[in-house]
Design a protein around this ligand. Structure first.
Ligand code: NDP
Length: 492
């Protein structure tokens, strides 16, 4: 049995309590590793180490270019070990090797891009309205950052946070999900190999409810960057508010994928299927509400379900598998619970609708790809995030009605539009209330393009140049170049 220690101040260590917890492989439902079960003491040790590294250690003496070079090296090491890390992610969260290998191959770009950005963050000279003063601005690291990640894409979500935070000069304490800690602990070995000084990146593992509050309420933490559910996001916001921390919130979604009759229907079907069934629907940007224009509704559903039925479920390590298991047992129960809710609400089951067992699915936590039609937007199945392979299909008449339905939800993470009318593409992209709008595509992300939610899907941006600003604070410096000291009781 593999055992994973935490990583604090440049050392792999046991939890202060000496406790361990189990990590399960979703394909078999069996324990495959044990992870150190941290608590408030470990959280405190990690924050203290990060604070020392920020204020006293060699990290604070590095130039921005030197930080960038370290990050570049880290990117190279991730590229070197991409396959190994991808396999560990599959063990942890059961996602397909094809998807995790793709993610791991792409992750180095975050470290290259933000490493390159590190020495291009320039302040400004302000053309003051006062004589005898020189005024300029500096962008400084915000301080110790706590990065909390969800289980669905641990190392990708970590790259969204860690790359801009390191480029900004911050130090970081990472808290991965209790369900998927192993890949982060393997990754941090590469941080060490790249030559980052001790304390710059620390990893505290354990249960969110125990370790989390000790991190998000710690007085020496300046910022919390969180990816997870909106319920946990609210709790973290409250904890962070007590010590006035900055927060970035990447939360859940209930994203509309809107298909107009004038769309290329073949492309739209592929987009709808990948929007909800890729990663077994366990993505924050899942296109879980499919809005279909009346005239194409019936044929679209027929063709979509026919395609979805061909999806091969089974071993996530096989390149032939198209839908893998649900990552955790609680999540598996939650998805099945939502299927029951939808049935009780009166949605019509067009395909799927239960657990999948036996055959290639073995003992794993599999749910059949499921499609409900006749869904009303007021139903819970249309309003609440399922985070599984469950699609709600809703009919609309025209553009106005599509917009009204699409926006009538408390989330606003992503939205898709399928149309061949360029004017409509622009109108919809302007009026959809979502942090990302895809036109004639879905689920595309890049380290260069800002990503983040509207409404209850959160605030703050990851990716793109905007992301580094989340980890910087702006200082204004005034230098007297000859202004006379005048009446001390009059403001200058
Ligand atoms: P959770 O909110 O349950 O957990 C997220 C992280 O928060 C985990 O590391 C968890 O630890 C930790 N945590 C739990 N309680 C606390 C607490 N009180 N204080 C601090 N940390 C805590 O989300 P899931 O892991 O279930 O992830 C799924 C959710 O993440 C979905 O809603 C999904 O939409 C969202 N998500 C959003 C993305 C985005 O970019 N907008 C991207 C990916 C996912 P532990 O696991 O140990 O409990």
């Amino acid at each position: 049995m593999k055992k994973y220690q935490m990583y604090i101040d440049g050392k792999f260590v046991d939890a202060a309590s000496g406790k361990w917890f189990d990590s399960y492989y979703p394909f078999t439902g069996k324990v495959w590793a044990q992870v150190a079960q941290g608590d408030a003491q470990d959280a405190d040790r990690a924050v203290e180490a990060a604070h020392r590294a920020l204020t006293q250690g060699p990290w604070s003496q590095l130039t921005a270019s030197q930080r960038g070079l370290l990050m570049h090296k880290l990117g190279d090491l991730v590229a070197r070990d991409a396959r190994r890390l991808a396999e560990i992610e599959v063990q942890d969260n059961g996602k397909l090797i094809a998807e995790m290998q793709g993610q791991l191959n792409y992750i180095p770009q975050w470290y290259y891009y933000f490493g390159g950005l590190a020495d291009k963050i320039e302040g400004a000279v302000i053309p003051l309205d006062k004589k005898g003063y020189f005024n300029f601005t500096r962008h400084e690291p915000v301080g110790v950052v706590v990065a909390i990640t969800a289980w669905n894409s641990p190392l990708l979500l970590l790259a969204y946070k860690l790359a801009p935070a390191l480029a900004a000069g911050c130090t970081v304490v990472v808290k991965p999900s209790e369900f998927t800690s192993a890949s982060t602990l393997e990754f941090v070995k590469l941080v060490e190999e790249a030559g980052f000084p001790p304390g710059v990146v620390n990893v505290v593992t354990g249960f969110g409810k125990e370790v989390g509050p000790a991190l998000t309420g710690h007085p020496k933490v300046a910022k919390v960057s969180f990816t997870g559910s909106d319920a946990t996001g609210r709790a973290i916001n409250e904890a962070a508010a007590k010590t006035l921390k900055r927060v970035t919130m990447e939360l859940g979604g209930k994203s509309p994928n809107v298909v107009f009759a004038d769309a290329n229907i073949d492309d739209a079907i592929n987009g709808a299927v990948s929007g909800i069934f890729a990663a077994a629907g366990q993505t924050c940007i899942a296109g879980s509400r499919l809005l279909l224009q009346e005239s194409v509704h019936d044929q679209f559903v027929e063709r979509l379900t026919a395609l979805a039925k061909t999806a091969r479920m089974g071993d996530p390590m096989s390149m032939q598998t198209q839908i893998g298991p649900i990552a955790t047992q609680p999540q598996y129960q939650k998805v099945l619970g939502y299927i029951d809710i939808a049935k009780k609400e009166g949605a019509a089951l067009a395909m799927g609708g239960s657990a999948a067992a036996g055959g290639e699915c073995g003992e794993g936590w599999f749910v059949q790809p499921t499609v409900f039609t006749g869904v009303k937007n007021s139903m819970r199945i249309a309003q609440e995030e399922v985070f599984g392979p469950v699609l709600s299909v809703i009919k609309f008449k025209d553009e106005e009605e599509a917009l009204a339905i699409a926006n009538d939800v408390r989330f606003g993470l992503g939205a898709g539009v399928w149309t061949s009318d360029i004017g409509r593409a622009f109108r919809m992209s302007e009026r959809l209330q979502a942090g990302t709008v895809w036109v004639n595509t879905y689920r595309a992300v890049s380290y260069m393009s800002p990503f983040g939610g509207y409404k209850d899907s959160g605030f703050g941006k990851e990716n793109g140049i905007a992301a580094i600003r989340e980890y910087l604070q702006l200082k204004s410096v005034w230098i007297n170049t000859g202004a006379a000291t005048a009446n001390p009781f009059v403001m200058r």
